[in-house]
Design a protein around this ligand. Structure first.
Ligand code: NAP
Ligand code: SF4
Length: 681
């Protein structure tokens, strides 16, 4: 058995979990839109079939005002304030149980994070991430809300769930009662520790009364709030012990409130950055505890369990990326896992943009009923030109559907722009994506020809179909002096043997401009960032979860900027920086610029470049910015040399990814386009 600790069952007395891997709660956006439950059943059922020991649903609100997003219609999956949604939930629990899986319903009341204008909270304090101010709950509201939690748990039991997870972390309502930051009450629900604990403990007591003893009760506890005025470590431990006394079966970990300014799950967070906190808690309680956040491969999970840091490991996004994660791990095939790269791009960023969640590396996630993995009607010989993200996704998808695929790549290796992305600090996870494609292309018997430039006659004569995925070329803006030797396009600047001077001007402040700045700030720093350096950089209390920890919320004095390797100036013509950055990660990149002392100048008009620097006008005023090197990150243009030559070909020719349209192309769009075309042929 490759991972003996991961695959040791957990006996809870009245029920048994087949392994120690939990698929953690994730909102998919289907909760408000899938009014038959068919898509959700397919989504969860597939993950149960893939071997997840225990699944937790996305956050389900126990009442109308607790809905996190815009409340869905009555009877939708996302609310369980009446019996109307029970048939949808039953469809999901049946789908999971059909594969001998276990599933918990997560009960989440968003409190002051709710996006509805009727939001409520312990005190009328607006969250920094919400435009609405909550109404202060009165005693009756609080008692009713406790009842709503218990009723929701009872309905979950009636719908066939194996238990519930009570969401007590990430800054939602329960957390808001616990922390002085958000609880300024002077009645029996605020002030002393006992009063602040009253709300969660009453929820547990009432829930236990409703559902009886043989129903899993998991509580997600915030191990560190990472906000001023959060809980103290001793309070976290005291609550965990009180929850154990109250009859909770498992404690899951939560790290950081959503309004925290410390990265907790994004790529900037090193793998396993928080697992020692679970280990600290485990020493203080006797019930199973769960480690989570930035654990994305079975080796890591096994290590957490083997070293006794936790009893279970929860992963959420990795199950979007690969529904068969557990099955592959069990079969000793971790090299075939499609690894979550912690980009947030197609999951959390979609949710926060009001779209259905999916996954950058697995565009089929949450679209399982649309793409049913059928074989192609008749195998074709298909040539793919370009082994970047789009070409790889197409080649793999088409070969898995039975086509004979030949992939031509002009350079010496697969990956295209992914090979540039992987050099950016924090984006090392792209190595896993490349490893996945390498292994899966071999398993699907795709003929991969690197160092081979395809030509039009050969393509038109030897294949039934051609897919052009030759990518993009950096745009060279029309600025006098742009062809001088110290002016480099971003792909050249990112090559490992390219020397770059101390003073750098970057032209273009989009996603790539920010990435190049981060690379040059810390080009020679340890990668991935060691956990202690990461915590110091973002201002996490180094004494947290020790008896000497005296600070609320786990924050130290403030972020400690690392010494930057270069002086960098980032220029753009527009006024707003980082417009194309991700909704949930843009703030991290902007903070990185600030920590690295990057000068950001908007509203520029470019005049010329010479060896003395870049000459611009800023709001009409002339300025010279000295530079040893100038790097062009001014967007991209399609690179499709074969398209015009194949215009009159007698076989179908498709152009996908950046070669089709360069504006706004990124790995998410490229992989999605490749995947979708492969499913259509
Ligand atoms: P981008 O985000 O659209 O940025 C292009 C930049 O070039 C803008 O700052 C633009 O600013 C400037 N520019 C455009 N035309 C120019 C011209 N003719 N002369 C001078 N400057 C010009 O594109 P990208 O940086 O190439 O990134 C490509 C895609 O990948 C984007 O969708 C991006 O979101 C994504 N990406 C995201 C990340 C991330 O989220 N961390 C990282 C990498 C890439 P002005 O027009 O204002 O001057
Ligand atoms: Fe992971 Fe990115 Fe997929 Fe989200 S979109 S599950 S972060 S790989």
């Amino acid at each position: 058995m490759p991972y003996p600790h991961l695959f040791t069952p957990l006996d809870l007395g009245f029920t048994r979990l087949g392994n120690r891997l939990i698929m953690g709660s994730m909102h998919t956006g289907l909760e408000e839109t899938d009014m038959t439950g068919e898509r959700l059943a397919a989504f969860y059922g597939e993950r149960a079939r893939g071997g997840a020991g225990l699944i937790v649903t996305g956050g389900i609100s126990p009442n109308l005002e607790g809905s996190l997003g815009r409340p869905g219609p009555e009877g939708c999956f996302g609310r369980m304030d009446t019996d109307a949604s029970l048939p949808l939930h039953r469809r999901v629990t049946d789908a999971v149980h059909a594969h001998d899986g276990r599933i918990l319903l997560q009960i989440l009341h968003a409190g002051r994070y709710a996006l509805s204008p009727d939001l409520v909270a312990p005190s009328p304090l607006q969250a920094p991430i919400n435009p609405h101010t909550p109404r202060e709950m009165d005693d009756e509201d609080i008692v009713n809300t406790i009842g709503d939690f218990a009723n929701c748990a009872l309905r979950a039991q009636q719908a066939g769930y194996d238990g519930v997870e009570i969401m007590g972390s990430e800054g939602y309502l329960i957390n808001q009662f616990l922390a002085p930051r958000t609880n300024r009450r002077t009645d029996r629900w605020g002030g002393s520790l006992a009063n602040r604990f009253r709300f969660p403990l009453h929820i547990i007591e009432k829930t236990r009364e409703s559902v009886g003893p043989d129903f899993i009760l998991m509580f997600r506890l915030s191990l560190v709030d990472l906000v001023e005025g959060g809980s103290e470590w001793q309070e976290v431990v005291a609550l965990a012990q009180a929850l154990e006394q109250a009859g909770v079966h498992i404690i899951n970990s939560g790290i950081g409130w959503h309004e925290s300014r410390v990265p907790t799950i994004a790529q900037a967070t090193p793998r396993g950055a928080w697992r020692d906190l679970t280990a600290c808690l485990k020493k203080n309680v006797n019930l199973p505890v769960v480690a989570c956040n930035r654990i994305n491969m079975p080796e890591q999970a096994e290590q957490v369990l083997a070293s006794g840091q936790a009893d279970l490991v929860s992963m959420a996004r990795p199950f979007l990326a690969d529904p068969d994660f557990v099955r592959k791990a069990k079969a000793g095939q971790s090299g075939r896992i499609n690894t979550c790269i912690a980009c947030n791009q197609a999951c959390l960023d979609h949710i926060f943009s009001g779209k259905t969640s999916s996954c950058l590396v697995n565009p089929r996630a949450c679209r399982e009923t649309e793409f049913t993995q059928t074989m192609a009607p008749g195998p074709e010989r298909i040539a793919v030109v370009g082994a970047g993200a789009a070409g790889l996704a197409f080649a793999l998808g088409a070969a898995q559907r039975g086509h004979n695929v030949t992939l031509f790549e002009a350079s010496g290796h697969i990956g295209g722009q992914l090979n540039l992305a992987r050099r950016i600090p924090g984006k090392e996870e792209f190595d896993e994506t490349l490893r996945y494609f390498r292994n899966e292309l071999a398993a699907a018997k795709v003929a991969v020809h690197c160092n081979r430039r395809a030509d039009a006659p050969m393509l038109a004569s030897g294949f039934d179909r051609v897919v052009l995925a030759s990518g993009v070329a950096p745009r060279v803006p029309d600025i006098p002096g742009v062809h001088l030797p110290h002016v480099l396009p971003y792909d050249v600047a990112l090559s490992p043997d390219q020397e770059i001077g101390r003073r750098v001007v970057i032209i273009g402040a989009g996603g790539i401009g920010f990435d190049v700045a981060e690379y040059l700030l810390h080009q020679h720093a340890a990668r991935p960032l060691p956990i202690t350096d990461f915590r110091k950089k973002w201002g996490v209390d180094p004494l947290w979860c020790t008896s000497r920890s005296a600070r609320r919320g786990g924050l130290a004095e403030g972020p400690a900027p690392e010494p930057a390797e270069r002086h960098i100036t980032l220029l753009q013509r527009g006024a707003t920086f980082g417009k194309s950055l991700g909704k949930t990660t843009g703030w991290i990149h902007r903070a990185e610029m600030k920590l690295g002392g990057v000068e950001m100048i908007g509203n520029v008009t470019y005049e010329r470049i010479d060896t003395g620097g870049v000459y611009v006008r800023v709001n009409g005023k002339a300025r010279r910015i000295r530079a040893d090197h100038v790097i062009l990150c001014a967007g991209q243009q399609p690179f499709d040399p074969l398209g015009s030559q194949l215009e009159n070909a007698t076989i179908p020719v498709h152009v996908i990814g950046g070669a089709r349209k360069a504006a706004g192309v990124d790995a998410e769009r490229a992989i999605r386009e490749g995947f979708e075309l492969a499913q259509a042929i």
